[in-house]
Write a protein of this length. Structure first.
Length: 317
């Protein structure tokens, strides 16, 4: 199969049929063999009913329905697991991503040899204050922190080789950083393509300003995981050694000063250096404990399912 189109969604009943018809028209006109995988992330409207109708009419349409809303990352994870296409395309269900971009994205993966290609919505139709400016700041911070030179990390329209989606683990809220996850997994040939952005036609956005706060926190998380995820003791142990050394240095200074230079002076416990030494040694010990706990958790963790699927369409159980 040439292409798998993976579409996570939440309450997008108005746009689903129009989106399906548009994608199918583009893929069929370019003679692609394809599948369209809709992942209903706990919709409370008639989205699943419409997906069921589309799947009954078109065997290339497949559906996954979550028991409740687990988040976009979990929806992408489920879609990636089921995808069988040589190239996997992700896009949002709100009609703001243009399916006409798919053939060129496919070509960039199969012919130009990119591991993944991220869309860049250079011209946007979102509110400049609530989405555009925060998005520019967010993307700048992501570039500086990750070293991945993309203009638009959060664009839903992306293309991947099959190897990429089968080797990355998208969880939590890490869908914003799939290019970083791909780079950390060894897929460094990451490209970018300017894509058309369209104004939302139906409904309202499902994301508020809080997504940028969560995005920056996730950025710190992914930086830490990429640097120290395999051995947290390298960070916490180093900090523990530094803090303990500082505390021990102050303790040694106080002991030598009391014994040899000021035996009749103030008690050691009456000097501020004593409390500095005590505090830093305690903190150093805590860093060591944190490092040990991190190593233990890392070595004993087991795969835990992060979402529950209620039903599937045209997919094997």
């Amino acid at each position: 199969m040439n292409i798998s189109v993976v579409i996570p969604l939440l309450n997008e009943q108005e746009s689903l049929k129009e989106l399906h018809d548009w994608i199918a028209k583009v893929l069929q006109s370019n003679r692609f063999s394809y599948e369209i995988i809709f992942i209903d992330d706990g919709s409370t409207d008639d989205s699943w009913k419409i997906i069921t109708q589309l799947a009954n009419a078109n065997p290339n349409v497949k559906g996954i329905r979550f028991l409740k809303n687990f988040g976009k990352s979990q929806a992408l994870h489920a879609g990636f697991y089921e995808a069988i296409g040589d190239v996997v395309i992700t896009m949002d269900a709100d009609l703001q991503d243009n399916p006409e971009e798919i053939p060129e994205l496919f070509s960039m993966i199969k012919e130009a040899g990119f591991d993944m290609v991220s869309g860049w919505k250079k011209k946007r139709y979102d509110n400049i204050y609530t989405k555009n400016l925060p998005s520019k700041l967010f993307n700048w911070a992501a570039r500086k922190t990750s070293g991945v030179k993309l203009h638009d990390f959060n664009c839903g329209l992306k293309a991947y080789s099959k190897d990429v989606v089968k080797h990355i683990d998208v969880n939590g809220e890490m869908h914003r950083y799939i290019p970083v996850l791909a780079k950390n997994a060894g897929f460094t040939n990451i490209g970018e393509k300017v894509v058309k952005h369209q104004a939302r036609k139906y409904g309202v956005t499902k994301f508020g300003m809080d997504r940028f706060i969560h995005g920056f926190l996730d950025l710190i998380t992914i930086w830490f995981i990429s640097r120290f995820g395999k051995s947290p003791m390298h960070l916490f142990g180093a900090l523990g050694v530094i803090m303990f050394a500082v505390g021990f240095g102050f303790s040694a200074y106080l002991g030598v000063d009391k014994i040899f230079f000021n035996p009749m002076g103030r008690l050691i416990t009456q000097r501020p250096q004593f409390y500095i030494a005590l505090t830093t040694m305690i903190i150093g010990t805590q860093f060591f404990v944190a490092g040990f706990l991190g190593e233990i958790i890392l070595r004993t963790k087991q795969g835990k399912k992060r979402y529950a699927i209620k039903s599937k369409l045209n997919l094997n159980d």
